[in-house]
Design a protein around this ligand. Structure first.
Ligand SMILES: O=C(O)c1cc(=O)[nH]c(=O)n1[C@@H]1O[C@H](COP(=O)(O)O)[C@@H](O)[C@H]1O
Length: 239
């Protein structure tokens, strides 16, 4: 695919990690598609599925369907095709599923008239080098991220999910036409929760992240819209 980096439009992707559609839609009613895109992950999709995605798309939001597919190539390709039918803007797979799996996913989407962006998760932002060691990967987390990002690019995907800590290094190694999508974003005053490789929104953008996936710092803030606006403004000032 190798689309050009799409940085037009909002760079903030709000992670709708809610347990049901009503709760998610309560927050969405406050949001504006000109200010943010939305991410629907496992819990919400399992509970609310297609009707919710249809509603979000109908309200004009770009939806990142974050189901992190990781299975045999044929299964992943079919799942990507099915997900694309929902009219979502972005889909993801795990890069550790390997080259054959990623190419199968890409090929399935390339048959479509207007395919969603396809990106791959490198090393989860909740993991660090010691977590990698515990699953038999004896390498620094950022080296593993670079390796998987190079593999992802060579398979023709549009970008990767990584920590903003790796964004600068990845930009240097991978070049410009490759989207870097970074979760693990935390405001200077907030806690990391279960995230280990975190960075502030402005630092992430400075490091070269294209899209910032932000959940709890917005969704669990006392005033989510104010938090979104503050982050949005800080990114504009930095640009
Ligand atoms: O693929 C993702 O979106 C993802 C990858 C990753 O490495 N780390 C990560 O946190 N995420 C997602 O990004 C969101 C982060 O949420 P907060 O930690 O609440 O900001 C969650 O929905 C995660 O599922």
């Amino acid at each position: 695919m190798y689309r050009q980096r799409i940085v037009a439009g909002p760079r903030i992707i709000v992670a709708l990690d809610f347990s049901d559609a009503a709760e998610a839609l309560k927050l969405v009613a406050l949001l504006d598609p000109r200010l943010c895109r939305l991410k629907v992950g496992f819990e919400l999709f399992v509970r609310a599925g297609r009707p919710l995605v249809d509603t979000l798309v109908a309200r004009g939001f770009d939806v990142f369907l974050d189901l992190k597919f990781h299975d045999i190539p044929n299964t992943v390709a079919a799942a990507c095709r099915a997900a694309a039918e929902l009219g979502v803007w972005m889909l993801n797979v795990h890069a550790s599923g390997g080259a054959t799996m990623m190419r199968a996913a890409r090929d399935a989407l390339m048959e479509l008239d207007s395919p969603p962006m396809l990106i791959a998760v490198t090393v989860l932002t909740s993991m660090d080098t010691s977590d990698l060691k515990s699953i038999g990967i004896d390498r620094l987390a950022h080296d593993q991220v670079v390796e998987l990002a190079k593999l992802t690019r060579s398979c023709g995907l549009d970008g990767v999910v990584c920590s903003a800590h790796e964004a600068e290094l990845l930009r240097a190694v991978i070049g410009e036409d490759f989207a870097l999508v970074t979760p693990g974003i935390r405001l200077p005053a907030s806690t990391g929760d279960d995230q280990k490789r975190v960075l502030s929104p402005v630092d992430a953008a400075r490091a070269g992240a294209d899209y910032l996936v932000i959940g709890r710092p917005i969704t669990r803030a006392p005033d989510p819209l104010a938090s979104l606006h503050a982050i949005h403004e800080s990114l504009l000032e930095q640009a």
